[in-house]
Ligand binder design. Structure first.
Ligand SMILES: Cc1cc2nc3c(=O)[nH]c(=O)nc-3n(C[C@H](O)[C@H](O)[C@H](O)COP(=O)(O)O)c2cc1C
Length: 201
């Protein structure tokens, strides 16, 4: 079956390079409600971590770490979300939805940033850039392995009790990458014209 990916013309010296670039240019986010088992295995998650560690990172500060939830870990995440819901006055079906939110994808990867504001060589904005690069590389790696993934954050990622359950002193919870097998083909996306971000000095 000829897919859009097979046909997308891209530059590159080698077929392998062009294939990799085609995959990169067709990454998209897939929300947790469209993700099913199987999720990535431990070996696949290892590759995700290796990809994150290839992100540009000034002085290799590695200002991030990942915490994987699957199975019982997702139950713990669900308990945190239900507790969050209760504290925000939710009841019955609304509380069930809090639980569902945590349990939809088979694997959830919490992204934790550890930014040193006093770093005299690598300012905070450069450390944050490395965190973003790690998230991009991680989601790209998942896409390359055939998984759907989406980074989400929102109010729960800023909730002190949820943050405390994930982070040590000096760390921040950025959010979660939900990942798993897509339940069907992705919705077609409109392309953004690169001219919008590509100019000359
Ligand atoms: C740090 C971070 C947090 C995000 N939080 C949310 C979120 O809470 N909810 C959401 O719908 N999208 C969130 N997004 C955006 C999605 O991950 C995704 O990039 C967006 O839906 C665009 O889809 P695309 O990646 O296919 O272009 C976040 C992205 C990042 C990098």
């Amino acid at each position: 079956m000829a897919s859009e990916e097979d046909e997308l013309p891209v530059p590159g010296d080698t077929p392998e390079g062009r294939d990799a670039l085609r995959l990169l240019l067709t990454r998209y986010s897939v929300s947790a409600r469209h993700l099913r088992e199987p999720g990535p295995t431990d070996d696949e998650l290892w590759a995700v971590a290796m990809a994150a560690l290839r992100a540009p990172d000034h002085e290799k500060r590695i200002p991030f770490r990942f915490v994987v939830a699957r199975g019982e870990g997702l139950e713990r995440l669900a308990a945190l979300f239900v507790d969050y819901g209760r504290r925000h006055g939710k009841l019955g079906p609304d509380l069930d939805r809090e639980r569902e939110k945590a349990m939809q994808a088979p694997v959830v990867i919490a992204v934790i940033a550890r930014i040193d504001p006093d770093d005299e060589v690598v300012p905070a904005h450069e450390q944050w850039t490395a965190v973003g690069g790690a998230i991009a590389n991680a989601t790209n790696a998942l896409h390359f392995m055939g998984f759907g993934a989406k980074m989400v954050a929102g109010a729960r990622a800023r909730d002190p009790a949820i943050v405390a359950a994930h982070c040590s002193e000096g760390e921040m919870l950025v959010g979660w990458i939900a990942t798993g097998t897509m339940d069907g083909p992705p919705k077609p996306r409109g392309e953004i014209d690169p001219a919008a971000i590509l100019t000359r000095l």
